[in-house]
Every structure is written in structure tokens, then in C-alpha cells.
Design a protein around this ligand. Structure first.
Ligand SMILES: [Zn+2]
Length: 394
């Protein structure tokens, strides 16, 4: 059977079918529910619960159908002195001191990435350079290709194994608008059974402008136009076009900021000897080297109303029971809308952020499709099942 025509779906073997999956980063349901988007074509439009974590956790979850504790991806940065690709920079520190800040970061990033052969998302944000050798990056390989997750099979591994003709494009291949073009060109060839595009720029847009409703409506209209153009080409080339637009998480408007780093630094403890801390924008993760530091930091942060410690019950519920402490001994999570400022991700909090508890209403992801009555995803893990059933019939 020609795999480019029809793999196990109802209908004649001659019928050409394509399934198109558009993963739009941060396309939160709260921004979509009252907006017009593919109104005529989408017969299903619904919120889907996300998980606790950033895209570095949510996307592997979508691609594998597994929770973070199973696939092992959570924060982009994990503790690993031995395996750190930045280890070499410790001995180069005296030289790097003479290089201007931005350039030094660029040098450290490029050398570490290239020398260690990392092909995934590689960005050190504002993590102090001297801290980098304490950490490794979780996404060592491109997750949008087979073998990307290393610890769990992703949808791309399944497609590869099944010999399914598919195409997958992500930010490495170009801007969102370029990816639409590439996808369109592929559909024109009419050989794909599945097309997957990871579109990342809405995330950056909403970080900056989530409080500007008109600006987002204009942005969304632009994407809607591109989706329609893509589908128009697909409809010319295929007998049946089945499309899915979904996201990994939402975007919570920033309400207040807190200098948690200064609060912790003000304690009578020595970072590096007593504890290590990593400051994401919505979570502070701690590794304790002695019981005193654990007790002092725990108590000090307990008094704050803008966040709380994750409990073991939270970790069980959220699929965060990792087999070791690579992501921290304890995690302090900020309340929705409260940002750690400054943090290792940036000096100034953006207008919106994600990475809060998934119960926050702004955290919900979205799901749109032209397929009625077949899929009812509740959690973003279900997107994997949608893609699997859709293409492999399993
Ligand atoms: Zn983001």
C-alpha cells in the first residue's frame, strides 16, 4: 500500500488523506474562547488542561503522551556538575572576565553547544555565567525529530517506525511565517500523510503584549489567514484534510513582582556551600547541602504570601516525582501572576508569563479541529493520543 495515500482510515484505499498538526506555543484558551478563530471550519474548540512547567516540560509531554516524571523533561536547566556542557567555562572564567558581557555569553553558549553536540533548544537567558557550570540543559537533542526525547518514544519515533510519510518543522527551520511556507510547499507535493509545525512566535508576542487585546486579535487574524492558506492548498491536493491546532500552555498576565533572589541572598547562608538555587521566573528551585540551610530557607519563604512550597502531594498529582533531585530538592512556586524579578530568565518581568500551577485559569491550552466527535482531549498528554490515533489508527 502506498503510505502516502491512506493508512488505515475509513474510505477507499485511493483516498488521499492528510492530518495537519499545528502546535502554537502559548495559544492559551482564555485568549481564544471569545475570539474568532477558524469559526466556520473548527467544529471542536475547547480548553485543555496543561501541566506544571514551561514549554521545556509541556512539549515533551505532548510529543510523548507522558508526564514529566516519566519522560524526564521539566525545567530547561537541571543540576549536573559532571555532565554540564558549560564545565569548561569555569577554568576560562579569568579570561572571560575581559570579554564584554554579551559577547562572553555568546562565546560560552556557542562553544558549549557545539563542542557537546547539543541540537535542541539552547539558550542561557540571564543565568549568571559563573553559575552555568553547575547545570546541564535537558533538551540535548532536537525534540521535533525521532530520538529527540531519548527516554521515551515521541510521535516522531512512532511515525518513523511505521514508515509514515511525514514532515516536521520547528523554529530551527525558520520563522513561523517561513514554516507556513515550507508546510505549504510540502502539501503541494501531496506526499505527506502527516504534517507537524511547531510555531513558537505567539509565545514571545504574548509575553510582551498579553494585556493588549487588540494587538493580539490582529496577530491572531494574521495566523488564521496563514492557516486558511495552508488548508486551501491541502484541500486542492488531498481528498480529505484533517487539521488540529493546539497549544502547550497559556499565558498569565503579570500582576506583581518580587525580588526573591534578594530575600534568599539576605539570609545568613552561603550559596554554593550551604545550598544552590535556580531562579526560573515562576519557580525557585533549591538544593540543600545541609539541614540548617533547608530549615532556614524553608521557614524564610513560608512567610511569603506570593507563593508556596510544592508538597509531595503536589508532586504526585502533577507527575513531578523524579527519580533523583536533578530539578531540585524543593521547589517554591509563585502564585499566578506573581513573578520573580529579577530572575535567571530576565531582569525585568514581561507583561505575561506561564509556568504557574495548571489550575490557574490562564494556564489552559487550546484545541481546535475540523473533526467532529472523535477526540475529546482533557490534558495535554492526550494530544499525543490524538496524533497517534489520527495517523496510525492506534
Ligand atoms: Zn514563553
Amino acid at each position: 500500500m502506498d503510505k502516502g495515500t491512506n493508512v488505515g482510515r475509513a474510505g477507499s484505499q485511493q483516498k488521499k488523506v492528510v492530518s495537519i498538526f499545528l502546535l502554537i506555543d502559548a495559544l492559551g484558551w482564555t485568549y481564544m474562547k471569545e475570539r474568532s478563530f477558524m469559526d466556520k471550519e473548527a467544529v471542536v474548540r475547547m480548553p485543555v488542561k496543561s501541566i506544571l512547567g514551561f514549554s521545556s516540560a509541556a512539549i515533551p509531554t505532548i510529543l510523548s503522551g507522558k508526564m514529566p516524571q516519566e519522560h524526564g523533561f521539566w525545567s530547561l536547566f537541571l543540576r549536573s556538575e559532571e555532565g554540564s556542557p558549560f564545565k569548561w567555562s569555569r577554568s576560562a572564567n579569568s579570561l572571560l572576565r575581559f570579554v564584554p558581557g554579551r559577547l562572553a555569553r555568546k562565546v560560552v553558549e556557542e562553544v558549549s553547544r557545539k563542542y557537546h553536540g547539543y541540537t535542541g533548544y539552547f539558550e542561557t537567558y540571564k543565568i549568571p555565567l559563573k553559575e552555568l557550570p553547575n547545570y546541564d540543559i535537558s533538551e540535548r537533542r532536537s525534540i521535533y525529530a525521532p530520538g529527540g526525547l531519548e527516554t521515551a518514544p515521541s510521535i516522531f519515533d512512532l511515525w518513523e517506525e511505521a514508515n509514515l510519510p511525514y514532515e516536521s518543522y520547528c523554529y530551527k527551520n525558520g520563522s513561523d511565517m517561513e514554516l507556513f511556507k515550507m508546510g505549504t510547499a510540502k502539501l503541494k507535493e501531496a506526499k505527506c500523510r502527516a504534517l507537524f509545525l511547531y510555531l513558537s512566535e505567539i509565545d514571545a508576542f504574548l509575553h510582551k503584549h498579553c494585556k493588549d487585546a487588540d494587538a493580539f486579535s490582529r496577530k491572531l487574524a494574521e495566523y488564521e489567514g496563514k492557516v486558511r492558506d495552508l488548508l486551501a492548498v491541502a484541500n486542492e491536493e488531498y481528498d480529505e484534510v484533517r487539521w488540529f491546532v493546539f497549544s502547550d500552555h497559556g499565558m498569565t498576565p503579570t500582576v506583581e513582582t518580587h525580588d526573591l533572589m534578594a530575600e534568599v541572598a539576605g539570609l545568613k547562608l552561603d550559596e554554593g556551600k550551604d545550598y544552590k538555587a535556580f531562579y526560573d521566573s515562576t519557580m525557585a528551585r533549591f538544593w540543600f547541602m545541609n539541614e540548617e540551610s533547608r530549615s532556614v530557607i524553608t521557614k524564610a519563604l513560608e512567610k511569603f504570601r506570593f507563593g508556596r512550597w510544592l508538597t509531595s502531594a503536589d508532586n504526585s498529582e502533577l507527575g513531578l516525582c523524579f527519580k533523583d533531585n536533578r530539578y531540585g530538592d524543593e521547589v517554591f512556586i509563585m502564585n499566578p501572576g506573581c513573578i520573580i524579578e529579577p530572575c535567571y530568565m530576565g531582569d525585568i518581568a514581561p507583561q505575561g508569563m506561564h509556568g504557574f500551577h495548571p489550575d490557574d485559569k490562564y494556564a489552559d491550552a487550546s484545541f481546535f479541529t475540523n473533526i467532529a466527535d472523535e477526540y475529546n482531549p482533557k490534558l495535554i498528554t492526550d494530544f499525543f493520543e490524538v496524533m497517534k490515533k489520527e495517523t496510525l489508527g492506534l
